[in-house]
Design a protein around this ligand. Structure first.
Ligand code: ZN
Length: 576
């Protein structure tokens, strides 16, 4: 019955226009059972809803996404943190009028959003996640069962919870929008892949296949392609916007190659800090480099401290507080520093070495110039130094013997088994067993079954699949490092390069990067970026930039590759 109702799009969607007019009179009644034609939701209605319920004026990117979802289209919105992604599903969900399901792994944020959405008593929202008390959960299920909720916010683990799914897909109120926050978690190309997210496509089907709104702040083109594929989005509209931070100038400084690499990077980094305004954040690649750089900067009379995971928590808290209170000029940190903290007047962010990916780099330089005043992002580059991502190191430790042992143990288990039990019977250790199980979940070879348990299935050629997936993941991670290295070595406008990585087109020059400053007559990036191509070996991909000599392409299969322009004429590459 649920599915039949879901397919009957007009019945579900009526409520857009009708609900809005009801809303205009201050009535929040669910107008179920109407059989009228779908009234498309006008932009002025969306504007009014945004102003009345959230007290905001919509930005262009939010409007584009809203037009797409209220037209029942699947939409992927790639927008940076702080650009109002949640407003899109809040306004869109209200406009569509049914139940909006929001999947988000950030429970603390869910709680904040729930509070702000329901603050005026106009919107009814509930949440379901593993962190809540029994009574709170029961009350939420009751609201859903009574058709009284406009929004339900779910933790990803709820996607495997039969009770939750029944309350949503079988509830009296039709699901008219599914919003997926942090959508890059569905892609193994992204960081922190979450196997639970793979269930999303099935959940959407079970809920009657309403439109999907996928949201992320970090998704390069291969990740975008993967998100739309994994969520089985139909003819999705992809909106990439607002990544530019025009007040941050971009530059790369090469370390001297005639010195040992650590010393060369430290020397150049100190030089860069001296030449720029403070307060400054310096990102270094290891604890030891943090310490040595902080020492060097103190010799230059800076109030500088190292910040990394090797310090006691109390010490880390002190350093953070001192920096935010203006009692430190420089903090030299590993990437953990600054997460979720908003110090508005950081003037300079220096990277002492190439980070593991441009996603990371973009996020970290984004901590500069939050106040809108001019700021600088400088990458100190030494081709000898590239960071090996933690994940790559961890995955490569997954030995063949451990994979075999875990697969055998699953086959022998014949039913439900927990990771702890698996570690015991296979004798490979909890962490290793957990890594193998993650991989099997990801490949769909086993299914999750409650907390930390899986449902065993025939393993077939699981071993071969696991090792193939391992190699593929390593290729992906390498390609992410390559993209970061490509940025460091680029002779083009760095802003165009960086934004191009996220798939956002930028017309160079920006006149606020080192390449524009030093080579004003340099050849520009042609408007061919975004063009889909196909490579004889690597299959389909998207041109990110090109000039007379070089092409940068993101391939769906192997990630970023730099090719000579000749590949377009020698038959290796064909334009679609
Ligand atoms: Zn530029």
């Amino acid at each position: 019955m649920r599915a039949a109702r879901g397919r009957d799009g007009s019945r579900l969607a009526v409520l857009g226009g009708a609900w809005l007019s009801a809303y205009g009179k201050g009535n929040l009644i669910w107008l179920s059972g109407w059989d009228a034609q779908v009234a498309s939701v006008g932009m002025d209605q969306l504007d009014r809803l945004a102003a009345d319920v959230l007290g905001i004026a919509l930005r262009p990117a939010q409007r584009r996404a809203l037009v797409a979802i209220t037209g029942r289209g699947d939409t992927l919105a790639v927008l940076p943190t702080g650009s109002g992604k949640s407003a899109i599903y809040q306004v869109g969900g209200l406009a569509l009028g049914g139940l909006t399901v929001v999947v988000s792994p950030l429970i603390a944020l869910q709680r904040d959003q729930l509070r702000s959405m329901t603050a005026h008593g106009r919107v009814r929202a509930v949440m379901l996640n593993s962190a809540q008390h029994h009574a709170e959960r029961a009350a939420a299920l009751d609201e859903l069962g009574g058709g009284r909720a406009d929004f339900v916010m779910l933790g990803p683990e709820q996607l495997a919870n039969a009770e939750t799914m029944a309350a949503i897909a079988g509830g009296p109120r039709p699901v008219t929008l599914v919003a997926v926050d942090e959508a890059h978690l569905v892609s193994e190309w992204g960081h922190d892949f979450r196997p639970e997210y793979l269930r999303l496509a099935d959940v959407v089907e079970a809920a009657g296949r309403p439109p999907i709104l996928a949201l992320t702040a970090t998704a390069a083109p291969p990740v975008q392609a993967d998100i739309t594929r994994q969520l089985r989005m139909r003819d999705p509209q992809v909106i990439v916007s607002d990544f530019d931070r025009p007040n941050i100038s971009l530059a790369v400084r090469r370390a001297r190659h005639d010195k040992p690499e650590d010393q060369a990077i430290d020397d150049r980094t100190v030089e860069v800090v001296l030449a720029h305004d403070g307060p400054a954040l310096v990102y270094a690649l290891s604890h030891a480099r943090c310490e040595s750089l902080a020492r060097r900067l103190r010799l230059d009379a800076y109030r500088a401290e190292a910040y990394h995971a090797g310090l006691p928590a109390a010490k880390r808290g002190e350093i953070q507080d001192a920096f935010f209170a203006g009692r430190l000029d420089v903090v030299v940190a590993t990437s953990a520093f600054g997460m979720g903290i908003d110090k508005p007047d950081v003037r300079t962010v220096v990277h002492a070495g190439v980070p593991g990916s441009l996603d990371e780099y973009y996020q970290e330089i984004g901590r500069a110039g939050r106040d809108g005043a001019p700021a600088a992002a400088v990458l100190v580059y030494d081709p000898r130094t590239v960071r090996i991502p933690r994940l790559l190191a961890a995955r490569s430790k997954m030995g063949d013997a451990a994979v075999h042992a875990v697969i055998d143990a699953i086959e022998a288990a014949d039913g439900r088994i927990t990771v702890k039990e698996l570690a015991g019977t296979s004798q490979v250790g909890r962490a290793a067993a957990s890594r193998v199980v993650d991989e099997l979940l990801e490949l769909g070879l086993v299914r999750p079954d409650g907390n930390d348990a899986i449902r065993a299935a025939p393993m077939g050629d699981a071993f071969r699949q696991v090792s193939a997936a391992g190699s593929r993941r390593q290729a992906i991670l390498r390609s992410r490092i390559e993209a970061a290295r490509g940025y460091a070595e680029s002779v083009h406008c760095r802003r165009a390069e960086l934004l191009g990585y996220f798939g956002e087109h930028y017309e160079p020059p920006c006149k606020s990067c080192d390449n524009d400053d030093f080579k004003p007559t340099k050849r520009g990036i042609s408007d061919k970026s975004g063009q889909r191509v196909s490579h004889r070996l690597w299959g389909p991909g998207t041109i990110l930039s090109r000039d007379d000599h070089e092409l940068v392409i993101a391939f769906d299969s192997v990630g970023y590759r730099h090719l000579t322009a000749a590949s377009l004429t020698n038959g290796l590459l064909t334009v679609e």
